[in-house]
Each structure stands twice: as C-alpha cells, then as structure tokens.
Ligand binder design. Structure first.
Ligand code: SAM
Length: 405
C-alpha cells in the first residue's frame, strides 16, 4: 500500500472532525491581504476552492452566509464527500460543489479561484502531494487571488513528534481505528505513569500532553498523531516551497499573533538585527513554541498598492455576512437552517461568524424549534421552561450569530 492509499484509507475509516476554521473565511483573508497593500476580490462574489476539504463543513458554513459566492471542495475520501453532499442537499443551497478526487488532479478545467484554501493538509500528506498543494495554488489563483495554507510549525511540533512516537509504538500494527486509538492512549498512559524521572522535563511533558489528549476525540488523536505522514516545517522552508510554485508569502492569517512591544528590549534588539521578516518570525516561533501556522500567499509579482490601515472595528465581524445582532428580535425568530440541521446531529454548530459553537441540551432544543413559525413564548411552552429562560437562550443564540438576520 502506498502512503497515498494509507492516507485515504485512514480518512475513509474514521472521518475527520467536522469543523469550520475561521481564519480561512475569505472576508478575513481579504482583510489581512488589504493590510499588505493588495486588492483582493470581495468575498461576497468570490470563487473559492478548498483542497482536502474533508466533509466540506468549512465551505458549507461560508457558502450559506455568502449566497452569491461560489465554492468548490475536493477530497479523496468519498465517505467524507458523501456526508458533505447530503448536508448541502438538505440545506438546499446551490453555490457549493464537493468533488471526490485527488487534489493533485485539479487542473485548468476547474477554472480560476479568488481564494484557494488548504487547511490541515500540508503536514499530513506525502511529499509529492505537498508539492501539488502549492502548485495548484499557483496555477488556480486568479490575478488578485490569495491562498491560505496551514501547517504544523517548528519548533512546537518537534516536541509533539516525541509523543507521536510513543503513541504510534503503542498502536503497533492494529488496523481498526478505534483499536489503534485505544492502544495508543494506553501506551502513553503507561509511559507517563512509569517514566523514570516524572519530575524531569520528559516526565512533565508526557503528563501534560497525556492530560490534553484525554480530552481529544479518537478522530483527532488518529489523524493528528497516528497518520503515516506528519511533517512539521519552519516558515522559511514553506516560503521556499511556495516560491518554487510562483507564490509570495504575505503574512500569517492570524496576525498580529503577539504584539512586538511584548518582547524584552534584548529580544527586540536581536529581532532588529535579523535580515528579514522570515528570520524574525522564525525566532518568534521559537519563543512562542509555535505549533501551527496559517500562511497567506499571493501570486509572485501581484500588483501591490499602499498598505491599508484598517479601522479598529474591522475584523470583529465578517464584512459580507449580515448578522441579526443589533436588529430587533423578530416576533417569530428563525435560527440558521444550517445550524438547525447540524444540531439535529450533535451539539456543534456553525455560526454566521464562521465559528464552531457547542450548544448545551437546552440551547439545542430551543434552536431546533426556532424555524420562524413560533414565538419565544411558544418555544418556552414546548421546552417546558419559563418564558424568561427561553428568552435568555434565544438572546445567547443571537449573540453567537446563530439567528437569521
Ligand atoms: C487533516 S484532514 C483536514 C481536513 C480539513 N481541511 C480540516 O482542516 O478540517 C486532511 C484531509 O485531506 C484529505 N487528503 C489527503 N490527501 C489528499 C489528496 N491527495 N487529495 C485529496 N484530499 C486529500 C484527507 O482525506 C483529509 O480529509
């Protein structure tokens, strides 16, 4: 079996967690890109491609809030794509299409895209696919396009690789995903409890990671730690790879991560002495023990204007997605149809702010009843709660951007 087959089989056997990633939203990318003097295509009418989109939840969340934009996702796990297509069909939206296939096969027939996204892909695929991720970004980006690519960062993942080695040794040759996760957890618990020097750095690190992993799902453990492929990169390495595909690195999608004034005068002096932005960022990654980077890229030589300093409030909300906050509450409130479909399946739903929101059982019950046909008083009656309690839950749903505008 090739590494590619092993990756595919793993996601077919246990799908990835169904999540949205807020820094991949074209509104947020556009804001960051404008700060660097580029003029991105407005999110509301953009064409967006996501590579390795799993079940497409990230794209569906965007597509639901941006009905005039077009979204295409590709993932080679037919099981995950099938689940995504069922969600799209139930929602009745027509601006997103999910394709079961190899991202390496994305060619000119797919057209050009204003935003190309690859979240959680680069570190978990074999080298040839890694190369294709940047090639596809370079080939498919429109003139004013921007690409988002995230990766496991150094040095933070260097430590995690030590834990990964323990977990993988524990999983041994087991094939069934649940069994692999169980054996891996068992081994980590044994090692953490029996390490010769529990107070030393290794003992403390194992105990800390063990406690964190206890809260993570089997799917997270399996894909984040046990995959055949798991590579971490420095920023300089990724910038060079992107450059080879005709892309310029712009910034991290989450910047500013830590304001420079936070660093001591000694650190600032060293930073000022370094040659360029990449070297400075790499030193900061070491100081932060950074584990994740979410890079933004544009076509090499893309037209650049003066840097724009955004208004302070910009970026707090998504510019193109209407929110219900501030407007008077409708007499018969209606929750997002996407969130209602998701809530029927589990507690985690997608908000209009492109965030993952986890609902408690009462919030789930209320949200499911908010289909625009009931007053809050009627919702309270059906839930067996006093009206003031239902009102408070509805207000919270509104604050979480889960109600239609
Ligand atoms: C770690 S998951 C990330 C999923 C999603 N982007 C996220 O961040 O939530 C990696 C995804 O990439 C997909 N993938 C890996 N190699 C691929 C390839 N060559 N072509 C298409 N999809 C691929 C896997 O099936 C999986 O769904």
């Amino acid at each position: 079996m090739t590494h590619l087959d092993a990756t595919r089989e793993s996601y077919e056997a246990m799908p990835y967690e169904r999540l949205v990633h807020r820094f991949t939203h074209p509104d947020r990318i556009a804001l960051a890109v404008r700060r660097h003097g580029f003029e991105p295509v407005p999110a509301a009418g953009a064409r967006v491609l996501e590579l390795g989109c799993a079940s497409g939840d990230n794209l569906v969340g965007m597509a639901y809030g941006l009905p005039s934009a077009r979204f295409v996702g590709v993932d080679f796990s037919a099981r995950q794509i099938g689940a995504g297509r069922r969600l799209v069909e139930a929602l009745g939206i027509r601006n997103v299409s999910l394709v079961a296939g190899d991202l390496g096969d994305v060619d000119e027939g797919w057209g050009a895209f204003d935003y190309v996204l690859a979240h959680g892909v680069l570190s978990w695929v074999p080298e040839p696919v890694r190369r294709r991720v940047f090639e596809v970004c370079g080939e498919r980006l429109s003139e004013r396009g921007a690409a988002f690519v995230s990766w496991n960062a150094l040095p933070g993942w260097r430590f995690r690789h030590l834990v990964r080695d323990v977990l993988r040794a524990g999983a041994g040759g087991a094939r069934e995903p649940g069994e692999r996760a169980r054996l891996a957890r068992e081994r980590l618990a044994l090692v953490a409890a029996s390490v010769v020097d529990p107070a030393g750095p290794w003992g403390r690190y194992l105990a800390e990671r063990g406690a964190e992993l206890a809260d993570e799902s089997d799917a997270d453990l399996l894909h984040d730690y046990l995959e055949e492929e798991n590579e971490a990169f420095s920023l300089g390495d990724v910038v060079a790879r992107a450059g080879a595909a005709g892309l310029d690195y712009l910034c991290d999608a989450q910047e500013p991560f830590v304001p420079p004034e936070t660093w001591s005068p000694e650190v600032r002096r060293v930073l000022e002495g370094l040659r360029g932005e990449v070297e400075r960022e790499e030193l900061l990654d070491v100081l932060r023990e950074r584990t994740l980077r979410q890079g933004l890229f544009v076509r090499a030589g893309a037209k650049r204007g003066p840097r724009e300093v955004p208004a302070a409030e910009e970026g707090l909300e998504l510019a193109s997605v209407p929110l219900s906050r501030g407007a008077p509450l409708s007499p018969r409130p209606r929750a997002s149809a996407l969130a209602r479909l998701q809530a029927a399946d589990g507690p985690r739903v997608t908000s209009f702010r492109h965030r993952n929101v986890t609902l408690d059982p009462l919030a789930t019950a209320v949200l499911l009843l908010l289909d625009g046909t009931r007053t809050v008083e009627e919702v309270a009656g059906e839930c067996g709660e006093p009206e003031f309690v239902a009102e408070a839950v509805v207000e919270r749903l509104r604050a979480d951007a889960l109600l239609e505008a």
